[in-house]
Write a protein that binds this ligand. Structure first.
Ligand SMILES: [Zn+2]
Ligand SMILES: [Zn+2]
Length: 240
């Protein structure tokens, strides 16, 4: 559907149906406090570097087989219901309003994990996909998160140079190959390179599995001398 038609449709829907909780349908905020509580993560033993759930022997399979070059990766929660439904609706059903409460959860995770960043960036979507969808769900999440934390937000530093296949169903090696070199610094980035040297950067995405996409984004920023690059996502499958 065309972006303008989508916008008009969503405004009309708000008018016909007053705001109510996306999950329980009671009148009130987009996600009510009761439903927000159901999104809270389970406390599972996770790797201090990549946040993968540890194996029963206490070791991290990802760090052993495919260690991330990122300074570290954190996930708000496991990819499970009802968070999965919320992310799906934000990403594929035009429910942009969900970005605000979900972005707030990311901000809470940032504080709980004691992350420190000078600037927050989203994983860019390829232009063709963004035109088709009308928005980048990661950018909406990252902007909401940055606003809650009063941290600078930039969505003009990286661009997706080519559309990539969905990562779903690909092996670890294929995922990495699929996204390597997919991101490039924009001209704004090049001009600002010195400004980003020694900065702490946080890259936000909705979901990740191996972290390959965030790593592909981070490569260019590391080359520019960023001091640290962390990834923060809403959800990550426990296996995969
Ligand atoms: Zn609710
Ligand atoms: Zn690990």
């Amino acid at each position: 559907m065309h972006i303008f038609i989508k916008n008009i449709a969503s405004t009309l829907l708000d008018f016909i149906f007053p705001p109510r909780c996306f999950l329980c349908k009671r009148d009130g905020p987009v996600l009510c406090t009761t439903c927000l509580a159901t999104l809270q993560p389970l406390s599972l033993p996770r790797c201090q570097h990549c946040h993968t759930v540890l194996m029963t022997n206490g070791t991290c399979r990802q760090c052993r087989e495919h260690p991330l070059r990122l300074s570290g990766l954190r996930t708000f929660s496991t990819y499970r219901e009802p968070l999965r439904t919320c992310i799906h609706a934000l990403k594929y059903e035009g429910r942009r309003q969900l970005a605000e409460p979900l972005g707030r959860l990311l901000a809470e995770a940032y504080s709980n994990y004691k992350l420190r960043a000078d600037v927050i960036l989203p994983v860019p979507l390829h232009t063709s996909r963004q035109l088709e969808r009308g928005y980048n769900q990661s950018a909406l999440l990252a902007a909401a998160c940055a606003q809650h934390l009063h941290i600078a937000y930039r969505d003009d530093l990286l661009a997706r140079q080519r559309a990539t296949r969905p990562q779903v169903g690909l092996s670890l090696r294929e995922r990495s190959q699929n996204v390597t070199g997919a991101f490039e610094p924009t001209r704004t980035f090049t001009a600002a390179t010195k400004a980003f040297a020694r900065r702490r950067i946080l890259i936000i995405d909705d979901v990740c599995t191996t972290g390959s996409t965030i790593e592909a984004c981070a490569d260019a920023l590391f080359a520019a001398g960023a001091r640290s690059i962390w990834g923060l996502v809403l959800a990550r499958p426990d296996t995969g």
